[in-house]
Design a protein around this ligand. Structure first.
Ligand code: SAM
Length: 209
């Protein structure tokens, strides 16, 4: 499993140190353990977890920039936790409206000594941080236009909203709220996954693409 993870990450352009790879796999061990008590993920087979949770999360590394990133509707910490492990100098806020999932994330951060993550329990649309974010990322949290409506205020001027999607969301990207425009849609290839993945990149209408 370690070699599958390392080879996949390498293919994504995210070479993992031994320590980073070990932390990614320990994250899955903790997920399995907590999953016996609460429903954190339906993906229980280790190979699938590596592909659909770890590598899928790491596929957006190349599209992140800046020193502050927020993951909206992070659930059990995806994509935020795998990203925080490989980008220790970036501050990650992992936000969700369900407290029990954030307890899991807090536990993992303590157990794995991940110090660049804070969790926030609230709805995205209600969150008013002291400092806004360079990148606002989200996976599997509804249509793109809803994500922008809920989370646009969290993004710095010149920052980006990044929605991780399966198939190209043709209809959704045509309904962006006023003040926002499509910067790009990136086709992502996840090693070992025979499914489509796209990353929708959105910026303010007045920003240069
Ligand atoms: N991003 C994770 C993943 O891909 O595995 C979890 C996706 S799960 C389908 C959607 C998550 O979004 C849930 O954990 C839910 O509690 C959270 N959520 C839904 N609406 C939200 C809102 N308005 N603000 C914050 N979190 C929200």
């Amino acid at each position: 499993m370690l070699s599958t993870l390392k080879a996949g990450a390498e293919q994504l352009g995210v070479p993992l140190s031994d320590e980073m790879a070990a932390k990614q796999l320990r994250l899955l061990d903790e997920l399995d353990e907590w999953n016996q008590r609460m429903n954190l993920t339906a993906i229980r087979e280790r190979g699938q977890q590596i592909t659909k949770h770890l590598l899928d999360s790491l596929s957006v590394v190349a599209h992140l920039d800046g020193s502050r990133v927020i993951d909206i509707g992070t659930g059990a910490g995806f994509p935020g936790l795998p990203l925080a492990i490989v980008l220790p100098d970036v501050h990650f806020t992992l936000l969700d409206s369900t407290a029990k999932k954030l307890k899991f994330i807090d536990h993992v951060c303590t157990a794995l000594q991940i110090s660049n993550v804070e969790t926030v329990h609230t709805r995205a649309e209600a969150f008013r941080p002291k400092e806004r974010y360079d990148c606002v990322v989200s996976r599997a949290v509804g249509p793109v236009e809803t994500f922008v409506k809920w989370s646009g205020h969290l993004c710095v001027g010149g920052g980006r909203l990044l929605a991780m999607k399966g198939r190209y969301p043709t209809d959704e990207v045509q309904k962006l709220p006023n003040g926002w425009k499509l910067a790009a849609v990136h086709r992502l290839t996840i090693p070992g996954l025979d499914e489509e993945r796209h990353l929708v990149e959105i910026c303010r209408s007045h920003d240069k693409v």
